[in-house]
Structure formats: C-alpha cells, structure tokens
Design a protein. Structure first.
Length: 283
C-alpha cells in the first residue's frame, strides 16, 4: 500500500467571529477551497454557564452541510424545522441546510468549556434546494477502530473506513472520523483514489511522511497519489480525518450561504428576509 504524500501543511491562524475566537486553516491564502470542503473552524473557549447568550444565536444557512464535531463540552441545537437536540463530547451534529434553515448552537447547561470543529461541506447543485435534514449522533453510535498497537482510536461518523461505516448518510461520499492517539501509535488509513483528504490536528504532533511532521493547530493536506495516509503520533494527539469525493461544480459562497451563482446568493438573502427559511424563537 502506497502512502499519499503531503501537499501542504497549513497553520490555522486565529480570527474573530463576533465575540468568539476561532482557528481557520480553510479557506486561507494557502488553500481557498478543497472540494467538497469549504471551511474549517476550530473553536476552543471557556464558557460562562450563567451567560444565556453564549454560543451562536439564530442564523440561516442554505446550500451546504454545516457539521459540528464535538471534542469537549456539549452543544444544544435548535432550528426552524423543530429539531431540538443536545450533543455531547465525542458526538457530531450533521445538518444538510438544503433550501434553507435557521438554527442556533448554544452550550449545554452546565458546560464550562467548549471545543469543536465545524466543517462546511458542499452539496451538489441538484440537492441545494432539498428539504433540510438534521442528524445528531452520539459518541456511542459511531463505530470505533483501534490501531494494532491499541494506541489510536478512530470513531467513524460518515462513510466507510477500514470496513466500518459511520451512521450519518452524507449526500456525496464523505469519510470522517474523530481521532484520539497516544504517543507512539501508528495507523494506515485507506483513502479512495478519487477523494481529497486532510487531517486537522487540534493538538499533539504526527508524522505523515519522512519529510513532513505537523504540530497541533495545523491542517495536513494530501495529494491524490497513493492508497491512503500514514498516521504516526509523535505526541498525544487529537485530530479530525476527512476525505471526500470532489463535486466539481463552481461555487459562490457569501455569508451563511453556499450556492452555484451570484444570483442564487441574492435569492437566498431575499428568501431569508421574507421568512421562507422559517422562524426560530429560542425559549
């Protein structure tokens, strides 16, 4: 089995999103778009349990899948379709925004620290006006893979990795897994030849090939030149692995919407203002 070589190692520089500080390696000057992956936000912050306005209040989305992988704390999701669900550390909430939805993401009551990765994943033009759907997944619902040395654990959220399938039905082929590794652990992760693939390190350090060692807060982007990626943990490491089949369609992303043309973006703003994406009033 041939290891994929590293295309880039991108530092996740810090940005302000309102009052929240996040890390963002994608999009960046180094990589504008990695079809079908649009955006990666890594947030890690203390939470005031008495602040009812913490987290992110009601806001719209259309045309893509916003996905939150929870590493610490818990997040309470509410949306204009009537979904009302809490997801705790180790779990994931996967939402296909489709034609439009309004949702909020607040810390679960009692949460004092929150760490998550939110991914924006593109969906095909033919599905951008589908009815929205929401999939909350607990840690225990995700099949676990252990490395031969038992030092690396992968929990599969979507797609199929090493013969185990994740519970989320993504609209296009997307493999995703949350990784916890002890120093010294090694694992080969097969990747379909047509997929784009990356690993984002929340912390720790891994070596993927003889020429590339990456530390926490970096995104490792791989070339499509091998059968998979080699994960060699040099320190205790937490990471997100994802691979996906490129959709190959031009996108226009503006604000909370990802469509295929500027006109469709204008229509999304119009429909949101007219209430066509529903209403969300938090309790």
């Amino acid at each position: 089995m041939k290891n994929r070589s590293v295309s880039a190692v991108i530092y996740a520089s810090q940005h302000a999103m309102g009052s929240i500080l996040i890390r963002q390696p994608l999009p960046s000057q180094a990589l504008d778009y990695f079809d079908p992956f649009i955006l990666l936000h890594h947030g890690n912050s203390k939470v005031d349990p008495d602040d009812r306005d913490s987290g992110v209040g009601p806001h719209p989305h259309r045309g893509f899948a916003p996905v939150s992988f929870l590493f610490k704390g818990g997040i309470h999701h509410r949306d204009s379709r009537g979904n009302n669900k809490a997801v705790m550390a180790g779990g994931t909430q996967w939402m296909n925004a489709g034609m439009g939805i309004i949702h909020s993401e607040r810390p679960v009551e009692g949460t004092t620290e929150m760490e998550l990765i939110q991914m924006w994943i593109n969906i095909p033009a033919k599905n951008k006006m589908d009815a929205p759907s929401y999939f909350p997944v607990a840690k225990e619902e995700c099949p676990e893979i252990l490395s031969d040395d038992s030092k690396i654990s992968m929990r599969i959220v979507s797609g199929e990795i090493l013969g185990k399938k994740g519970p989320v039905p993504s609209l296009t082929p997307v493999n995703s897994a949350m990784i916890h590794a002890e120093a010294g652990g090694c694992l080969f992760i097969p990747v379909p030849s047509s997929h784009h693939a990356f690993v984002y390190l929340l912390d720790g350090q891994i070596q993927s090939d003889p020429n590339h060692t990456a530390d926490g807060l970096h995104m490792i982007v791989y070339k499509e030149d091998g059968d998979g990626i080699y994960f060699d943990a040099r320190k205790n490491t937490r990471a997100l692995f994802m691979s996906g089949e490129p959709i190959g369609e031009k996108i226009f992303a503006q604000g909370p919407f990802v469509m295929n043309s500027e006109i469709q973006i204008m229509e999304a703003y119009r429909d949101y203002r007219m209430g066509k994406m529903g209403i969300l009033i938090e309790e």
